[in-house]
Design a protein around this ligand. Sequence first.
Ligand SMILES: Cc1ncc(COP(=O)(O)O)c(C=O)c1O
Ligand SMILES: [Zn+2]
Length: 414
Amino acid sequence: MNGYRCIACNETQAAGFEGFVCPSCGNNLQITYDYASIAKSVADGFDAKAEGIFRYGALLPVNSGADGMPLRVGGTPLYAAPRLGESAGLRNVYIKDDTQNPSASTKDRASAIALCRAMETGADVVAVASTGNAGSSTACLAAALGLQAIVFVPESAPVAKLTQSLSYGARVVAVRGNYDDAFDLCLAASDEFGWFNRSTGHNPFTREGKKTCTFEIWESLGCRVPDRVVVPTGDGNLLSGIWKGWHDLHALGLIDHLPKIDCVQSEASAAISNAVRQIRQDPNVEPNWSSLRIEKVDASTVADSISVDRPRDGLAAVQAVIRSGGEAVTLPDEEILAAIPELAHATGVFAEPAAAAPWAAVKRMAQDHRIMADELIVCIVSGSGLKDIAGARKSVAEPLVVDANIDAVRRVLR
Ligand SMILES: Cc1ncc(COP(=O)(O)O)c(C=O)c1O
Ligand SMILES: [Zn+2]
């Protein structure tokens, strides 16, 4: 890395800058690289000896990962999903199974890079605000690295995510409020106590971790660019990270065009989608990013991971959807929940509500003729269904309960 650029006002900072946000306007920062020198170092490919995301070390802003991270982060499979695709008349649907990360969500990509950064700056306490997954992920990797994690979550976070964090030894602060309250408290406490704050979006290293998902997709597709990548979106950091990954590959001359990045949200938590639609009302006018305000919403959705009032990486996500020509799809909770068993049954991959939402969005776009039958589509399956059993339970039938004899089995199966 060679510095930072503000995503709103474009002001740059040198690589030695120690803050997280733009000192001039307070917006999030984008980490910048010297692509010419990286291009030389990856001319013969990425680091074959390193595991998971650290194979892409040349494109990462930390040096300590390949030797310092005890757990394998990333390196997750991309599966072709022909039966799933056919059910919506589509021929080229793939799913990126990011449930296969150490804490069972895509958040581990961001936590790994942020925690390496924390260690490189000498921090031993890492705080994070979370709807649940960023917390359990930070707790998991902090445990592996011997750091102390402090996790701020809404009191209502799914019990599996809370239990994960507690088991990994994090101090869990369950806030009587929502994710946005937890976020503001984590900021204030990190300032007061001098903790390293890993919170999504606010910490620029999180986007750099998420972008590794793109590098893996690209390689799994035999170095092809898909037509679209469909991303469940709350704060917008996963989406902006996935876009950053394609941007990096393009800047290195490894790809000659970019995919569309589709933003998937619940109708009841749609701040980023609302902003995209607002901008598109006048497609001839380039938005003034430094004055763009993303209106906050009053979020409430069964997809707790993407239930966000005020997206903390919203501007970068809106830019990514607009610049890539992607769709902003908003869905009712029923469609999100119905996608869980559909995905599980057609692929064998069990997703939490937010992680099933991309498939629900793809179906919706296919019904509305917004995508063609042979487009190459990648759905990001970002968190395991085991993290929110109560959510999944709402979308499946009851088991067949029988007395313990074969007659009873015959009766129910008849
Ligand atoms: C499973 C899952 N999917 C998607 C997201 C959305 O990521 P972001 O908040 O960066 O938009 C999250 C965030 O918590 C998540 O846990
Ligand atoms: Zn700025």
